[in-house]
Design a protein around this ligand. Structure first.
Ligand code: GLU
Length: 295
């Protein structure tokens, strides 16, 4: 199957793209509210996309609970897994054929290679990596390029259990963020070649998100600042495929009671626990608008 063309759109198209890995916390909901308000203020379309590719981390029943929390709070969407729409399916687990087509297109352009490195190999091959400390800091050292040059025949032999990486070019990579202004990085030095299909065969978030935003015709991506370092990776994939780039806006993260970044893990800051105290949606929205932000 060739890569389908982007859904034709007019006007502002926003989205919220949660992963069903637990109950939404107040920080997740603040992001959802900001993205939804922007789309509604612009008289645009708002999409809800469920990012359920990382199946080992998905929690049964979490999708229904997330959608119910969003609706209870007053957020609505024009397109989504429960209402359908022209750019569906809206659950990533149902979009494998599209990711496969994107992979083939990248392969055809000579932009992919197989990587058989284990985490341990990568740890051992990586030079000491002093943190760069900037807003684009990634999760770990850049990929050292170990399998970049392997010959294609050997690659085929190893394809079972190998990851697929996207070749990243060297040099300056520029993009803009509506909150943070013009940003520039060297993607090769910062991240290195990007995994687009994991060793366990699952599609990587970076590929899926880049393809979905572009093909769904999303014009504005508003999301938490924890995803800022993903943006140049997703833009690099969109640029390589000649797809239209959305405008990004990364908003500050929310602090928990200890001043640390709020996480889904302990559940204490979930909307569920707040709902159980008997608050109304209006009160909950007020709580969410008054949360402490991290800078
Ligand atoms: N699915 C991601 C998450 O829940 C968000 C992806 C995005 O907004 O681009 O963290």
């Amino acid at each position: 199957m060739p890569l389908p063309p982007p859904t034709e759109r007019t006007g502002f198209v926003g989205r919220y793209a949660p992963s069903p890995t637990g109950d939404l916390h107040l920080g997740n909901l603040r992001t959802a509210l900001v993205a939804w308000e922007e789309a509604r203020r612009a008289g645009g379309t708002f999409i809800l996309r469920v990012e359920d590719l990382d199946t080992p981390r998905c929690v049964p029943g979490a999708e229904e609970r997330m959608l119910d929390d969003l609706r209870w709070l007053g957020i609505d969407w024009d397109e989504g897994p429960d209402v359908g729409g022209p750019a569906g399916p809206y659950r990533q687990s149902e979009r494998s054929e599209i990711y496969e087509a994107a992979l083939q297109e990248l392969e055809w352009r000579g932009l992919t290679f197989l990587c058989t490195c284990s985490r341990r190999d990568l740890r051992e091959a990586s030079a000491p990596h002093p943190p760069l400390g900037g807003p684009l800091e990634a999760e770990g050292p850049p990929y050292p390029g170990t399998c970049r040059m392997s010959d294609p025949v050997t690659q085929r032999l190893h394809s079972n259990g190998a990851a697929v990486r996207f070749r990243v070019s060297e040099g300056e990579f520029r993009f803009s963020d509506a909150e943070m202004g013009e940003l520039v990085c060297d993607l090769q030095k910062l991240i290195g070649d990007i995994i687009i299909r994991r060793r366990d065969g699952l599609w990587a978030y970076q590929l899926a998100c880049a393809i979905d935003d572009a093909l769904m015709g999303v014009t504005h991506v508003t999301r938490g600042r924890d995803l800022l370092s993903s943006t140049p990776r997703q833009l690099a994939l969109q640029r390589a495929l000649g797809l239209r780039e959305p405008q990004h806006r990364h908003i500050p993260l929310v602090a928990d009671a200890t001043g640390a970044r709020m996480s889904k893990r302990d559940g204490s800051d979930s909307l569920r626990s707040l709902r159980e105290t008997g608050v109304t949606p209006e009160e909950a929205r007020r709580v969410i608008s008054n949360v402490t932000l991290l800078d």
